[in-house]
Design a protein. Structure first.
Lengths: 38, 486
């Protein structure tokens, strides 16, 4: 039975998008807090 | 092949002209040691992120990782999250503190934090040795790839890589290599992103690739590697990148702490694109050519037989870029250790700025030539050398870095014992036989042994000696706010 790609493939693509977006948001807010902006 | 050869020569010529122009411009802006080794602390988030990514992405990614996906399918891609965890550790506990400290080299951190010139010398020597070996792997990779592609003798490819890298690194130091790294990261991403749709459509679409692969072997689209394998690889990659001096020194050259944090995010963006593209290319190659002789040849076969001459040439230039951007960072870090930490500190402390820059340049040329005989002799495979240096760096430097920056009690004795002990334990585990064979068989890796030894020695050595002087702690631990009287 051929099934094609599963979670290991699509899961990684999703993980990568969430990781990059999540990190950039964290960095943005951390930088803003350190600058002392409200 | 002739179509590719001709297009390749033209693309390489344009690329080299751009690289040399960047080097020439940066050399006019380089007068002091701070210009040469720190780009005047002017690097912004986009260039900074590209520098971090380009330094990390090497020949190993374009040949080794693509080949690994070719032979084992999807699951190898899960080594990236482990690597990213290493970057996250750096973003939280290492990089901002180092940038705030704002020195010139990584041994500067060791010398100031532990108030010990002995620790500086040890750190310098321990950086120089594995990195010179790492350079061997990059040269060897260049030699092998271009021998396989064009039948050129390996010394020709090495000579080309060395000459072009040394020109822009010597002329403008960190400033020119950062700008060149930015160009190289763009080339890498462009080549991969252009190659993906071409290859996937040749293979009949992504769904078709998946079906073809799962009919070959179910593990190719599922889990070839189990969690234990992936955790071990992640540990080696992640911890060694968090403590890699060739990445750490680049933080010093960035504008400020905020830039350091954002740069790591930009580096994630580049790496995510590269990781996904390299995976899809490897998988599509397997669906198209299920029987390439060895996994390391998959990317060469792709460039020669599947991609159009223009995209194939761009892919090869991206490969050259990956090698050069790793080489320039290694050269800079080794040369800075030699000129800034050893020569200007112990041989001629009275050396002027101009003299330090001159010696930095001389060191780059000398260090670039040292590994050539070893690369030509090919003592080991490229992937083994790359993995081995990563293990050494993580074993001797991860603990003194993370604990030193975050635990006030760490002392010089702890740091020296930790660096020496981690290095020796890692080497002994891999190269000596003292009855540890069964544990090695069971999967206990040299990096785990090195880290454990390094951590134990750091803590024990620090607790057995008096606390470090306050002056050594001030740059890394902001003074606590006084408690207001009620």
């Amino acid at each position: 039975v051929t099934q094609g790609f599963g979670w290991s493939f699509y899961g990684f693509l999703l993980y990568a998008v969430v990781w990059v977006t999540g990190y950039l948001c964290w960095a943005h807010f951390k930088n803003r807090r350190e600058r002392g902006d409200p | 092949l002739s179509g590719l050869s001709l297009t390749f020569i033209v693309v390489v010529a344009v690329y080299l002209a751009a690289v040399i122009a960047i080097g020439a411009r940066a050399s006019r802006e380089t007068r002091t040691e701070a210009d040469f080794l720190l780009a005047g602390r002017s690097i912004g988030p986009w260039v900074g992120g590209a520098v971090l990514a380009a330094t990390q992405i090497s020949a190993g990614t374009f040949v080794g990782t693509l080949g690994r996906h070719y032979s084992t399918g999807v699951s190898w891609v899960w080594a990236w999250p482990g690597l990213w965890l290493g970057w996250l550790i750096s973003a939280i506990w290492i990089a901002p503190k180092l940038r705030r400290f704002g020195a010139t080299t990584v041994p500067d951190y060791v010398a100031v934090r532990f108030a010990s010139e002995r620790a500086r010398v040890l750190a310098s020597v321990l950086i120089i040795v594995p990195y010179t070996i790492y350079l061997t792997a990059q040269y060897q990779a260049a030699g092998e790839i271009f021998a396989a592609l064009f039948g050129a003798p390996p010394y020709l490819a090495m000579g080309f890589i060395i000459a072009s890298t040394v020109i822009y690194t010597v002329s403008g130091g960190v400033r020119s290599s950062s700008r060149v790294d930015f160009l190289q990261a763009l080339i890498m991403v462009t080549a991969l992103v252009l190659a993906v749709p071409l290859l996937v459509s040749r293979a009949g679409g992504i769904g078709q690739v998946g079906e073809t692969l799962s009919s070959l072997d179910g593990r190719l689209t599922g889990w070839w590697y189990g969690p234990r394998d992936l955790v071990a690889v992640s540990l080696a990659f992640g911890l060694s990148i968090a403590a890699a001096p060739y990445e750490l020194t680049r933080f010093y050259s960035m504008r400020d702490v905020a830039t350091v944090r954002t740069s790591i995010g930009v580096a994630f963006l580049f790496q995510g694109l590269i990781a996904a593209s390299v995976m899809i290319l490897g998988l599509s190659m397997r669906a198209l050519f299920p029987a390439v002789a060895s996994e390391d040849q998959a990317s060469a076969v792709m460039a020669l037989h599947v991609l159009s001459p223009l995209i194939g040439s761009l892919f090869l230039v991206a490969l050259l870029s990956a090698i050069m951007s790793t080489c320039n960072s290694i050269l800079l870090v080794v040369a800075a250790s030699l000129s800034h930490d050893l020569y200007a500190r112990f041989v001629r402390p009275e050396a002027s700025d101009a003299e330090r820059v001159l010696w930095g340049r001389v060191a780059i040329v000398v260090v670039s030539l040292l590994p050539v005989p070893f690369a030509l002799a090919k003592y080991d495979s490229v992937q083994s050398i790359v993995l081995e240096q990563g293990k050494f760096i993580a074993s001797f430097f991860f603990v003194p870095l993370v604990l030193g920056l975050n635990w006030r009690r760490g002392t010089a004795t702890g740091a020296v014992a930790s660096m020496l002990g981690g290095f020796v334990a890692c080497a002994a585990w891999d190269f000596l036989d003292f009855g540890q064979g069964a544990l090695k068989q069971a999967g206990v890796d040299a990096v785990e042994v090195g880290l454990l030894a390094s951590a134990a020695l750091f803590v024990a050595g620090s607790l057995l000696t008096p606390p470090p002087p306050q002056a050594a702690l001030t740059p890394f631990f902001p003074p606590r706010r006084p408690i207001e009287p009620s």
